[in-house]
Design a protein around this ligand. Structure first.
Ligand SMILES: [Zn+2]
Length: 247
């Protein structure tokens, strides 16, 4: 178990639906951006165009709404770089297209750290898009992005270069082993989630209470009142230098 005192220079969240990364790593991202100058990126894999109980809503209108909401949420966290891959909600596939897209974004943005949902669970289940996005994010970083041999047209035709991601932090893990103190950023997290207005039926107070409950779950392990917990994977793709911004 580690309480993280450092921050990545560049962090990329690969996230299935609008609002998932704010719930999973919004506090850590806000903290790193504001305290350490981390540059962040959000790769939004689906359009979230099925996330409504409103029978009058159309998928196209909802997708447009959710892009605006995602930009507003990312603004609050301090992230300008938001990429919409716009796969259909509930239809994410571990396809060559999707793998190439995530690989391209890694080569373009050059993150030290990727954040994604832990696709592996043994006692709980998670949404299909969550599993697919987590798996593809890990595969893009570990198997593809660093190698000239994979998706070579991105290098020969698009001017990108291979890139080695150092680590992945997986949120939603059953076995988190690294924790980030987010107590000063609870308000940012609740407001960033609130920016996804089409998905929110709760009040701000209710959301704050829910976030407090969730982020105190690992208090006995971490010793922190409010933390985001991640399972860390180190890729061992060459240099292990974690690009530290502060200690
Ligand atoms: Zn989701």
């Amino acid at each position: 178990m580690e309480l993280l005192k450092t921050a990545p220079k560049r962090a990329m969240a690969v996230t299935p639906h609008p609002d998932d990364c704010e719930g999973g790593c919004g506090g850590a991202l806000a903290k790193w951006v504001k305290e350490s100058g981390t540059v962040g990126s959000v790769v939004m894999c689906t359009s979230g165009n099925k996330g409504t109980g409103d029978r009058e809503m159309t998928p196209d209108r909802l997708a447009a709404t959710r892009q605006v909401e995602q930009r507003a949420a990312s603004d609050l966290i301090g992230i300008d770089d938001v990429v919409f891959l716009a796969h259909p909600d509930g239809g994410l596939e571990d396809s060559e297209l999707f793998r190439s897209q995530v690989t391209r974004e890694i080569r373009r943005f050059k993150p030290d750290l990727i954040l994604c949902i832990d696709p592996y669970r043994s006692t709980t289940h998670t949404h299909r898009d969550h599993r697919k996005s987590g798996q593809v994010a890990l595969d893009a970083a570990f198997s593809y992005a660093w190698s000239y041999q994979h998706f070579p047209e991105q290098i020969t035709e698009e001017g990108l270069e291979p890139h080695r991601v150092t680590q992945a932090f997986l949120w939603g893990s059953e076995e988190p082993d690294v924790f980030v103190d987010i107590e000063p950023y609870l308000d940012v997290k609740v407001d960033a989630l609130g920016a996804h207005a089409s998905q929110m039926s709760s009040t701000r107070e209710e959301r704050l209470e829910r976030i407090k409950t969730n982020s105190s779950r690992h208090k006995e392990i971490s010793g922190l009142d409010y933390a985001e917990g991640f399972r860390r994977i180190t890729f061992n793709l060459g240099s292990l230098d974690w690009q530290l911004l502060h200690t």
